[in-house]
Design a protein around this ligand. Structure first.
Ligand code: DMJ
Length: 437
């Protein structure tokens, strides 16, 4: 049977795709299929695939929320993989149920499942997807019932019981694109209002310097950690201030974004000998506490570019690329003052690719296509397995771990494909790369 799959791969590879580099676009599409076929074969109906063990991985015990099919569906539609998209849709409609006695993380379920359902609905007009999204949105709503209106971290989908008062700006402020879109599509303003209030409540608690910290109690509204940075736990809060303004024309979001990006550039930006970076500082004093930057921070060039600051976006992307090239593939965290790797894993993350995609779109500077080719070559070289793609335990030794995250199909491969395929306007991407209109 091997020659049949080799032939299928060849045919996919040879399909013409007009764009900045049709050959690479076709190769990315073929690699997407390689990842998807492995999921189909070894993890069908489950959340994610462990490609080395060839076993499924579910997030909530034995219950699946079909993380990979929902996350990957709009990528299939964008790549023109119609048969695969149809099969994934039928699985979702037949099997996806939120009437489950499980506690989910509001942020992850919102950006992956709600975002994925909404974007696929907007692309296909399949009402069944909107119905699922509305059901999910209603089950997530209890998270906002805290004394401040900022959401709890977890909610039980069946009982509505919430947990996790200690949260962070990213989990509190990365909801408005999905809940806002759901409000517009269902005519239920409550979704928009609750998510917008959470964002505003978060913003109101910024320090005198205009910065937010890393951890906050949603019941008391008091900061638990004053560490400020643009990495995990804070990153997409900034992203959604700007994207909320873009998607909904919301003037409050525009003004919150402007104040926040000014503070970020003033107190976090760091011109070091190794390049231009964003540091860790105390949100109240502005004192630098660390000089760490990593795979998650690499979303920022994209957002700066979208905000119109191409100068900083380009300088920062040059630094990000240096980070990638240090070991030939991107470490999770780097100390940019020492230029040493702090956390050596690579989780198949998309952020650096996303930034190259935006900068290519906005500048047409060929250096971003070169970066894209380097990303793709390294992924194929180090993360490809016989059955899909996997994370690395260490970018230094290149030892592989065993997980194909759903965001690899939702984001990493989508942004790579879009960079090399014909340009088109898809709308505003949520933080999981689900385009919304
Ligand atoms: C994704 O789930 C999203 O991009 C999120 O904003 C950050 N973490 C992963 C990818 O790294």
């Amino acid at each position: 049977m091997r020659w049949i799959s080799a032939l299928a791969l060849l045919l996919v590879t040879l399909q013409p795709v007009e764009g900045s580099d049709p050959i690479i676009a076709a190769r990315v599409r073929a690699e997407f299929l390689h990842a998807w076929r492995a999921y189909e074969q070894y993890a069908w109906g489950h959340d994610e695939l462990r490609p080395l063990a060839k076993t499924p991985r579910d997030w909530h015990g034995s219950e699946s929320l079909l993380m990979t099919p929902v996350d990957a569906l709009d990528t299939m539609l964008i790549m023109g993989l119609d048969a695969e998209a149809k099969k994934a849709t039928e699985l979702i409609v037949a099997k996806l149920s939120f009437d489950k006695d499980i506690e989910v993380k509001n942020f992850e379920i919102t950006i992956r499942i709600l975002g994925g359902l909404l974007s696929a609905y907007q692309m296909t007009h399949d009402e069944r997807l909107l119905k699922l999204a509305d059901d999910l949105g209603a089950r997530l709503l209890p998270v906002f019932d805290s004394p401040t209106g900022m959401p709890y971290m977890y909610v039980n989908l069946k009982t509505g019981k919430t947990r996790g008062a200690k949260s962070n700006p990213a989990e509190i402020g990365t909801l408005i694109l999905e809940f806002g879109t759901l409000a517009k599509l269902t005519g239920k303003p409550v979704y928009y209002d609750k998510a917008k209030n959470a964002l505003v409540q978060m913003y109101k608690r910024r320090s005198k310097l205009g910065l937010v910290g890393e951890e906050i109690d949603v019941e008391t509204g008091k900061w638990v950690s004053p560490q400020s940075h643009v990495g995990g736990g804070i990153d997409s809060y900034y992203e959604y201030l700007l994207k909320c303004a873009r998607l909904f024309g919301d003037k409050d979001c525009q003004s919150m974004w402007e104040t926040s990006v000014r503070a970020m550039n003033r107190h976090l930006a760091d011109q070091a000998p190794s390049g231009f970076w964003y540091a860790q500082v105390d949100m109240n004093t502005g004192r630098r506490t660390a000089s760490e930057f990593g795979a998650l921070h690499a979303f920022l060039p994209a957002v700066l570019a979208m905000g119109g600051d191409l100068k900083r976006a380009q300088k920062l992307q040059d630094s990000c690329f240096k980070m990638w090239m240090l070991a030939g593939i991107e470490p999770e965290v780097l100390d940019y003052r020492k230029m040493t790797i702090v956390h050596a894993g690579y989780q198949l993350r998309p952020e650096i690719v996303e930034s190259a995609y935006y900068l290519w779109r906005d500048t047409k500077d060929p250096r971003y296509l070169e970066q894209g080719r380097a990303f793709f070559d390294a992924l194929v070289k180090y993360c490809r397995t016989e059955n899909g793609y996997t994370i690395l335990k260490s970018v230094v030794t290149k030892e592989q771990g065993d997980l194909q995250h759903s965001f690899f199909l939702a984001e990493t491969l989508k942004y790579l494909y879009l960079m090399f395929a014909p340009e088109r306007d898809l709308g505003v991407f949520n933080t999981e790369a689900h385009p919304l209109r």
